[in-house]
Design a protein. Structure first.
Length: 174
């Protein structure tokens, strides 16, 4: 008896649903969906080296010429900077024995340098104040200049060439 009641109930439900489907009017409307994948990309144009040659540890900062940094992605980006230690020197500010200080600015021309311009070995991203106030919300295909300032160690025992790497990165503009 239970099986028959269940069969009757299911048959009735199917009949009601089928009747509803037959009575409904239908229409179609095409929907086109276009998906653009956000692509983040940053490049440094030209030859991204800054050869200082032989320098004296005279307490005078060294300033780079401009490096042109481009947002080669398809969305607005904030640029980021990371410095590295060299074989014998540590990146820390202010400069001291066996320690150097490196700063960067994303600007058309370099301006007064501030504590917020200092790089570290951890990635830091432009926020509208850091790195000279530039490097934030850079439009797709736009460029900006990157200026670097190097304060050499006050003294060192190193007698070999030191290599310092600056990594330019990006993230989606906040």
């Amino acid at each position: 008896m239970r099986k028959l009641a269940a069969f009757v109930a299911i048959t009735s439900l199917v009949a009601v649903l089928a009747g509803s489907a037959q009575a409904a009017n239908t229409a179609t409307a095409p929907i086109t969906i276009t998906v653009t994948v956000r692509s983040l990309c940053v490049s440094v144009e030209g030859t991204p080296t800054w050869p200082l040659q032989v320098v004296d540890l005279d307490g005078q900062p060294r300033y780079s010429t401009a490096f042109v940094v481009k947002n080669c992605g398809n969305a607005a980006e904030d640029f980021c900077l990371t410095g590295s230690n060299s074989a014998n020197w540590t990146l820390v500010c202010p400069a001291a024995a066996e320690k150097f200080c490196l700063s960067g600015q994303f600007r058309e021309t370099a301006t007064t340098w501030a504590d917020g311009d200092r790089l570290s070995t951890s990635e830091q991203c432009a926020d509208g104040t850091k790195f000279g106030g530039g490097g934030k919300n850079i439009a797709a295909n736009a460029t900006t200049n990157l200026w670097l300032k190097l304060d050499l160690p006050t003294s060192t025992t190193a007698t070999t060439e030191q290599t310092i790497t600056v990594t330019v990165g990006c993230l989606k503009a906040a």
